[in-house]
Design a protein. Structure first.
Length: 405
């Protein structure tokens, strides 16, 4: 079946109570057993079942299965946020003295998180991930992982995903890809030899701005039997399940960043229309950037769908569409004045919503980085990031035109 058909029918094909087409919201935190032997078997991993709501829940499990289908993976672990998914995965798989390589063009919170890991004895090297050579130059004897985003936020640099995947295979490194801005509909990290894919479910997959969530998916491209940081406790059965089991059993249990069943239900229902929404949002983004790149009030437009973008050809070869995020640099206009003139676009910090959003990047989500770090990432004070939704295209163009006039 196709992408949307699989997602739409995944709940009912898994067996749902009373013929429901959605998995119901199971709010129970504890799950009782008539036979204590069964409870022990579930805790020890010898039997399928539910132990405690911090780690397992039927509603969350149904969403995890849906994300696994989307990514073409083996298994998925869901978390309360996308940041929790990244942080818990690194906590689970890296040790004091390890080193990993990361794209320097990172979401601000991820950049902050990685610097926190560095302060606790896990080294990180930030590189220009649009070049596989830059990644290769930082590989050391203690390197365990490479982390990249598919499309960077906010300047839309595109990582050299396939070449980095080959490099990681050559050096037996875990390849961790953040697929949030592309989603599994536009790009399959599995096809680029990624080991793990992370999605902020808050964004496009949920799509409606009404629930926080994150997920990491095992893609079965890495032989975990060769990875030194897997505890003996989790070396059971197929090695492709070892890491995701450790992430769930060790990371999720220890940190407790659990996704609640209500949020899981919202995200699951929202995900049913992911492909339809992405088709519309990406078409809107393409039309808007074609308009803006010719406008006299704009000095630069950053969008992988424009021919002048440095990774235009790479984006065409990798992605179904070049995404629905773009940024602009204004000419002779204060970014706050421009944003305050917008009527349809919402000034807010989220992205991946059905509604079109805008934000002054340097003054908000990247403010704490300081001017030096922002300059190294090419983030100008006039930079405005847009996340394009599913509104009528002409209405969005009209709003931009009147705000720039």
């Amino acid at each position: 079946m196709g992408f949307t058909s699989q997602i739409l029918h995944s709940d009912r094909r898994g067996g749902v109570e009373h013929g429901s087409i959605h998995k119901p919201i199971h709010t129970a935190v504890t799950f009782g057993y008539d036979d204590a032997h069964d409870l022990a078997a579930v805790f020890q991993g010898r039997q399928q079942g539910y132990s405690y709501g911090r780690q397992v829940n039927p509603t969350v499990n149904a969403l995890q299965e849906k994300i696994t289908i989307m990514e073409g993976g083996v298994a998925t672990a869901a978390f309360s946020t996308g940041m929790a998914a990244i942080g818990t995965t690194l906590f689970s798989l890296l040790r004091n003295g390890d080193h990993f390589v990361s794209s320097s063009f990172l979401f601000g919170n991820t950049n902050s998180l990685f610097n926190s890991f560095a302060a606790h004895g896990i080294e990180v090297s930030f590189v220009d991930a649009t070049s596989v050579d830059a990644v290769a130059a930082e590989i050391r004897d203690n390197t365990r992982m490479v982390f990249v985003e598919t499309i960077a936020n906010p300047r839309t640099q595109v990582s050299d995903l396939e070449a980095i995947g080959k490099l990681c295979k050559q050096h037996n490194l875990v390849y961790f890809v953040d697929n949030t801005l592309t989603t599994p509909y536009l790009f399959q990290p599995k096809d680029a030899d990624a080991s793990l894919s992370i999605n902020s479910l808050t964004k496009y997959i949920g799509g409606h701005g009404n629930a926080l969530g994150g997920a990491v998916t095992e893609l079965a491209n890495y032989d975990w039997s060769e990875y030194p940081n897997i505890y003996d406790t989790y070396k059971k059965g197929d090695p492709s399940n070892w890491a995701i089991t450790q992430i769930k059993k060790k990371g999720l249990r220890d940190f407790g960043a659990s996704l609640g069943p209500e949020a899981a239900h919202h995200i699951s229902v929202g995900s049913d229309t992911l492909a339809l929404r992405m088709d519309r949002s990406c078409r809107n983004a393409s039309t808007l950037t074609s308009f803006l790149v010719q406008h006299s009030g704009i000095s630069r437009v950053y969008y992988p769908g424009l021919e002048e973008h440095p990774q235009y050809e790479l984006a065409r070869s990798l992605f179904r569409y070049p995404g629905a995020i773009f940024s602009i640099e204004l000419k002779d206009m204060d970014c706050f004045e421009f944003l305050n003139r917008l009527e349809l676009f919402i000034c807010t910090s989220n992205l991946g919503d059905n509604r079109s959003l805008a934000i002054p990047v340097a003054h908000s989500i990247y403010y704490e980085m300081g001017p030096e770090r922002r300059a190294s990432m090419g983030i100008d004070d006039s930079l405005v990031r847009f996340s394009i939704g599913i509104e009528d295209t002409d209405d969005l163009v009209t709003d931009l035109e009147q705000a720039l006039s």
